[in-house]
Design a protein around this ligand. Sequence first.
Ligand SMILES: [Zn+2]
Ligand SMILES: [Zn+2]
Ligand SMILES: [Zn+2]
Ligand SMILES: [Zn+2]
Ligand SMILES: [Zn+2]
Ligand SMILES: [Zn+2]
Ligand SMILES: [Zn+2]
Length: 1734
Amino acid sequence: ERTVQRTRVWCDERFNFQATFLQCLAKHVPNIYSAEMDPLLEKQEEMVQAAILYPLECYLFGEDPDIFLEKLQQSGTSQLCGKVFKGGETTYSCRDCAVDPTCVLCMDCFQNSIHKNHRYKMHSSTGGGFCDCGDTEAWKAGPLCTKHEPGASGSAKENSECQLNEEIMEHSRRVFPSVIKYIVDMLIWEEEKELPPELTTREKVDSYYCVLFNDEHHSYDHVIYSLQRALGCELGEAQLHTTAIDKEGRRAVKAGHYASCQEAKEEIKRHSENVSQRPLHVEVLHADVMAHQKFALRLGSWLNKLMSYSSDFRQIFCQICLKEEAGSEKPCFISKLMLWDAKLHKGARKVLHELIFSSFFMEMEYKKLFAVEFVKYYKALQKEYISDDHDRVLSVTALSVQMFTVPTLARHLIEEQNVITIITETLLEVLPEYLDKNDKFNFQGYSQDKLNRVYAVIYDLRYVLVSKPTLWTDRLRERFLDGFVSFLRILTCMQGMEEIKRQIGQHIEVDPDWEAAIAIQMQLKNILLMFQEWCACDEELLLKAYRECHKAVMRCSTNGRSREKTVFHLCGHTLESRPYRVSADPVSIHLPLSRTLAGLHVRLSKTGTISRLHEFVSPEEFQVELLIEYPLRCLVLVAQVAAEMWRRNGLSLISQVFYYQDVKCREEMYDKDIIMLQIGASLMDPNQFLLLILQRYELADAFKKIKPTKDQDLIKQCNVLIEEMLQILIYVVGERYVPGVSNVTKEDVIMREIIHLLCIEPMAHSAITKSLPENENNETGLENVIDKVATFKKPGVSGHGVYELKDECLKEFNMFFYHYTKTQHSKAEHTQKKRRKQENRDEALPPPPPPDFSPAFSNVVRILNCDVMMHILRTILQRAVELETHLWTEAMIQMVLHLLSLGLLEEKQQLQTSPEEEVTFDFYHKATRMGSSALNAVSVLTLLERLKRVPQLEAQKDTVNWILQMFDTVKRLREKSSLTTVAATSGSEATKGDESTQDKEKAERKRKAEAARLHRQKIMAQMSALQRNFIETHKLLYENTLEAQGKEDAIMEEESMSSTIDCSKIALGPKRGPSVAEKEVLTCILCQEEQEVKLESAAMVLSACVQKSTALTQNRSRILELSGDTLDPLFMHPDLPCGTHTGSCGHVMHAACWQKYFEAMQLNFRQRLHVEQIFDLENGEYLCPLCKSLCNTVIPIVPLQAQKINSEDAEAVAQILSLARWLEIIIVRISGYSVKNAEENLPAFTNKGMGNSALEFHSILSFGVQSSVKYSSSIKEMLILFATTIYRVGLKVAPNEADYRIPMMTWSTCAFTIQCIENLLETEGKPLFGSLQNRQHSGLKALVQFAAAQRTTSPQVLIQKHLVRLLGVLLPNFKAEDTPSLLEVDMFHVLVGVVLSFPSLYWEDAVDLQPSSISSAYNHLYLFHLTTLAHITQIVVSSATESPTVQSSDNSEEARSAESFCREACQYTSGCFGQDIPGWFVWDCVKKGIMPYLRSAALFFHYLLGVSPPEELLQVSEEGQFKALCSYLSLPTNLFLLFQEYWDTVNPLLQRWCTDPVVLSSLKGKSIAIRYPRKRNSLIELPEDYSCLLNQASQFRCPRSSDDEQKHPVLCLFCGAMLCSQNTCCQELVNGEELGACTSHALQCGAGVCMFLKIRECKVVLIEGKTRGCLYPAPYLDEYGETDPGLKRGNPLHLCRERYRKLHLLWQQHCIIEEIARSQETNQIFFGFNWQLL
Ligand SMILES: [Zn+2]
Ligand SMILES: [Zn+2]
Ligand SMILES: [Zn+2]
Ligand SMILES: [Zn+2]
Ligand SMILES: [Zn+2]
Ligand SMILES: [Zn+2]
Ligand SMILES: [Zn+2]
């Protein structure tokens, strides 16, 4: 009702809406936004809605806004998606369909588009762009996703989209202008104290804010510091302010009277100026001004929301924004805002840009009008941007890409707005400060930031040119040419810029800045190419552009005109030229004009338009010598740099030369210079051309006469120059793979590039891509051709896939390929020669026949057979033949041979295609002619024959032979037509002669090959002998499992001779087999000395690493205790939540050697920087001296006590010692102790029902005792050291050698480590015995023996106490208060504990006794049987809640036994335990569930007793394994028989177990017990397609904060939790330390060790504790078998199962810490990273 009233008020005064609206604002806005310092945001929003927005909407819509907007929403949405990207959001581009790479889709649209199945790329948005779904100009196909397709949203009404009725339109036209005007007025409001009069209503109060603005100059810390100092506020408050300023762009930091705010302003300025030279931007604003500005932005987002509802709203809005006041020069609203953009703060800009996106950019027609406005003010906007200091994404100029890349819009802007000219003029206007006195650019002392901003303008040029027009109008032609001419002006400023002069004598003092010029060159590369492409679209245009470019080049070619021409003679030819020396005169590598001209020239040639060139450039004007002059100088400069003549000019020149030829620049630098020389060679007289080359290379004298110089440096220099020149000549004649130079296609060119790359070595896809030039769409064209020339080889578990060249492409190999660097050249040559050798072929690598020149270039070949060339070739050959060693090099000869080959190939080709008399190319003739009339004159051919005898040129012999054959071929071709008969005879003779020499050579080669083979064999034999020795000496290190197994076999064979096989493979009870205890001789890896492991000797130790582990946990939600101060680790919960794992790398040392090494290492590391991040020295960490694994302790190696029992004696004992009797004895023994040590307070127990108690407390000793083992003091010391480490690491407590929990931890790590290994063997599908890695085997052996021996270093009373507590689980009537119920304890841990502690019962005050072998055998047997009974009961009870899903009629003996067991158990559970569960099902559960326990027990007893296991356990076989395990462990295969056998003893036990409340509650289904077998942990399932993960990440919301800031979602691979990493919002305070989300998660999830996937970056992170971590490649590969860290390449990625499995093993083998340490040792970069905050 209230609203209706308000609305009526506005309606009544409908003729003055604006006044009413402003009155309303004037009244409410200052009140609503009064509490700026500490605003209640929700309250504010509520008030805004109620007082202003709701009434406004009511008026606008004429009905309830919610209902109206709902209706509007229903009626359909726009066809454009228009989603604006935040920074970090993933965008997708289709390489098949996108018009250019700036066309992108949001994740939603992409997933619903056809492009999902195309070749797409994924990228991270830098923010500010928007989704192009629906823009038909952006996509060649599939412009709409299914979501934005018309009619897709259910309503079939196409384009009937929410036609607003006239009334609402009318209202909009009335409301929008006022709203927009208010927004514009307030945003550009500059008065600090006053408001516009129409908003000033109330009495002005003295209430001001001191407002701080953000900039990119001051760091976070600077601002915090300045605020703390200036305002005297707390750190927290200053941080709060700073974060807000960074996010929003401005914030009130103080409220108060004008004077106090003014004072604060000055203070802040002063302090900030002190820390960073520049003051912060601070303003004092009146509270009302602040309030209205705030509300203006709120209105802006209100409009923004409204825009999404209806096209009509958008159109009305745009019309009003574009409306110019009649007769006024003032810009329209939107232009005003654009022009003000650089002055707005961040928050305001965001609102403005979003509004532009949601209105103008959603309506094509208005986008065009907006673009026109944008171009109108383009210069001003860019200049503002360049002097602004905000990021580009925050500037309105960044919107250019949205307009300029739309082809029709770009064309319109060129035609109507002359945008090319405007952009180039802008460039010229923003760069003048870099112009020198000659009007050339010079970027010395440039500002990187400012130039980066200039690049944005260059980019705009690229956007405008990115799509070539298909339709040319006269106007377009004219405007484009205007633009081109304007662009030439920029190139003119670059032509010859940053000239350099060779430094002589002294080295330059400072390297000049060269990066800026090269960077601009890189930026311009594609623009230059695009201009050339555009020109080539149209014949007329091309010629005109050529004329303009030619003019521009000529204008710049004035250098040296003042000098007198000189004359140069050689071989009867003369060259007149103006003197110029690269080595003495200034030279520049920047020649974009010349190179553009070269580019246009080849396009003229390609299109054939060159025939009309004379109409546009007269031959007199053309002056080819002048055109090639500058490019030639540049090439000479490169040669001189190679000859080290420019050494003193420093590194900057080397870098420039590098980029000149590098793939990033070469297309518009080096390549074009070669083309320019080809143009010269095609148009000049060949002799003149070569004379010019000789002169510019400063080699005129070198070919005239031999100067008797003695200066070795000068000779060397000259030789390098000759090589460089010959190389360039080879390129000029031979390099024809450019469309226009010859008739090749772009594909041919790329194929050739790839072939030559792969001739060096097989390469990865990304490596090839990086070596190929990219076009304007960032494409190399690689995919189209790669399969034609190469085959893909998949990668293994590491490394990457590579492409290998197909054999048929090898013939294309050209050793002098012009894009080879020197190293690539020699590598390729080496590879190819090696290959030919392996194939037993000759080593000649002649050039492949090049394609024919196109007509315009056909004259180039004439330089091959001209006089000067012959002179050059002859001179060099002669020097070689005459052995003037210092005047020639092998490389030179190679090049000469190459040139000869080219000449012969050319002549051969011509002879084959045209009649002999027409072929004027007479290379053969020239080469066989004498050089002069002198007496000693010889021909090239003769010299070549002689060359074969030059010993230094042995390697070139095959090539020389090939050329000689070519001579012959050409000769025959020549003679064939004229003297057929003569030619035939002489030809055949020649062939014969040839053949015989060929045969001879073949034989020779064969002999050599044979010799080489023998030599190789010898070497191999030596090597393997060495290897054998090595293995011998390092036996322990290299013993592989096979060998180990073989050894065991051998021993077993020995054994089987003396005793029967049956009893030798049983570990427990009276039939126990003998221990296989070999004499162990180990070599210390430190001192290399051997020592036998003996009880009485000094200790030997294994390096080891103890760590907490959750690898086996069944319950990740359980909260782990971070500190074990109060933990009692005696009983392990069956969930196995967290255990202590002991691993070893298997390397042995003397304890003494290790201690020395350890101390030295600690000392050394304490001096190294950052070492605390690799090693936790306090915790005893060190690297294994041999394999560099991370270790934190050592395991002492305790020899196994070989035991063998007399089976007859044992059988005899069996008669008396039944289980019942044995139990009786033990109980008596324990009660005896308890009586004796009453003060020890052992648990009281009753022994009622245990029959006669006539037993004496010493009876236990009567079945056999022996004296205890004595360990050397050194072994004892190590036993204590290691046990203490386990205790310290496992419980995370301070070391304490006397703590009562040390033995418990010892047993626990022993049991846990065995369980881990059992688990690992099962998951890897390996047999239980014989397949362990050597390090696992020796580690486990040492660990079990240690665990058995550790007891002797603790007080026996303590051990007894622990034993009694453990037995509480197993003995009837023996329960103590803290005895856990059957369902709360892991039986394997109990087994290990009782077995290892049991000998303590034999301990007597005076003598240290231990059970004899026979006693032990019984003890082990009964203890094991008891735990097994308990475990079976556990399994049955925990599987009771389940019922079978299938029926079975199994009525085996086992099933029947199970059934009868269940009946018994049923009575104790008062019916909870279903009697109806079929026996076969129970048996099935037990048989499956007990396996891990039996396997672990077998491992344990094997390593404890050394009894060989049955053969079946050395293989993988399900059924055989069960039987073998039962036999090894003395169990009946029908396990329920155990219950029957011991029924009397077990009955009370079963009763106790089953009646436990915990058990009953589980049986009633009230609590869930762990099921057996336990699930085997694996890393979480990952999706096959990586974009699914990105999708998940995009939906990720931080659980703690709601802002739209960019998040770093990280996935825990252990549990699948998605975390918000590296962000303060999710930091956790743990023990007083701030930990990042990952680090704190890892403490719980992986007990400190964890594995994460950083989703946005596609990297795996391993972390350990708070200080260590490393990156690891993610298990995702692209189709080329490569990973993509950081998604830099953006190819689609797919899960690689093998690699993921490798990660899984890394975890389950407990090697994560090791991997981190290794990586940190090698990659020192991560030292700076604060892992704690991950
Ligand atoms: Zn979209
Ligand atoms: Zn879409
Ligand atoms: Zn596509
Ligand atoms: Zn040693
Ligand atoms: Zn090692
Ligand atoms: Zn986790
Ligand atoms: Zn967060």
